[in-house]
Design a binder for this molecule. Structure first.
Ligand SMILES: [Zn+2]
Length: 203
């Protein structure tokens, strides 16, 4: 067996052990193995519309990338793809159609989260009025250069938790607490930033 084959088998075993729902034998294992092969050749590179933030886990970066490329399964995106839904209205407020613009910026709960972020960072001359404003916030704020990547961590974690909150509203039996969004954003910003700093100080 070649070294490449051994490495592929090891990656597949690692992937299998990290999945919560057991993968069934046969086709699913072979699909997963193919996916691992594809991922092995994946390189994350910056593009004109997106810069990967290495402080953050891949899933948070991917969430932001999906928002930019309209790949988030909001109700309006699903409706656009002819998926039959009971409603296309925002599951949080039920007042407007659930677009990216609405669920990540315009919904009242979400506006409050952005307001708290700006207060926390003492940024009082920059506002989040649309999705572009939110995505490009790192380029629009007046902060020392060394803090910009850290601020981008907070922005991407905010987008991540807003989508998580929305999903909890849709899929949980009990409505999640809106006041906790900002607490979670702060907590996870601290955790991910300090973990990253610890890792880089060990290297
Ligand atoms: Zn809403």
């Amino acid at each position: 067996m070649s070294t490449n084959q051994n490495a592929n088998d090891l990656r597949t075993r690692n992937a299998l052990s990290s999945i919560k729902t057991p993968v069934r034998l046969g086709l699913e294992v072979s699909d997963l193995s193919d996916m691992c092969d594809l991922l092995a050749h994946l390189r994350l590179v910056d593009s004109p519309d997106f810069r990967w933030n290495k402080i953050l886990p891949l899933k948070v970066n991917i969430n932001t990338w999906r928002i930019i490329h309209k790949r988030v399964p909001t109700r309006s995106n699903l409706d656009y793809r002819w998926i039959d839904l009971d409603s296309v209205r925002c599951p949080i407020c039920d007042d407007e159609i659930e677009s990216e613009e609405h669920i990540f910026v315009m919904c009242n709960v979400v506006r409050e989260a952005w307001k708290n972020i700006m207060l926390w960072w003492k940024i009082n001359n920059t506002f989040v009025n649309n999705l572009n404003d939110a995505i490009n916030l790192e380029d629009r704020v007046s902060l020392p250069t060394k803090l910009l990547k850290v601020f981008d961590v907070v922005v991407q974690i905010t987008l991540w938790f807003l989508w998580k909150f929305r999903n909890n509203v849709v899929f949980s039996s009990k409505r999640p607490c809106e006041e906790l969004i900002f607490n979670d954003i702060k907590l996870y910003s601290f955790v991910w930033i300090s973990n990253r700093l610890k890792k880089s100080s060990m290297n």
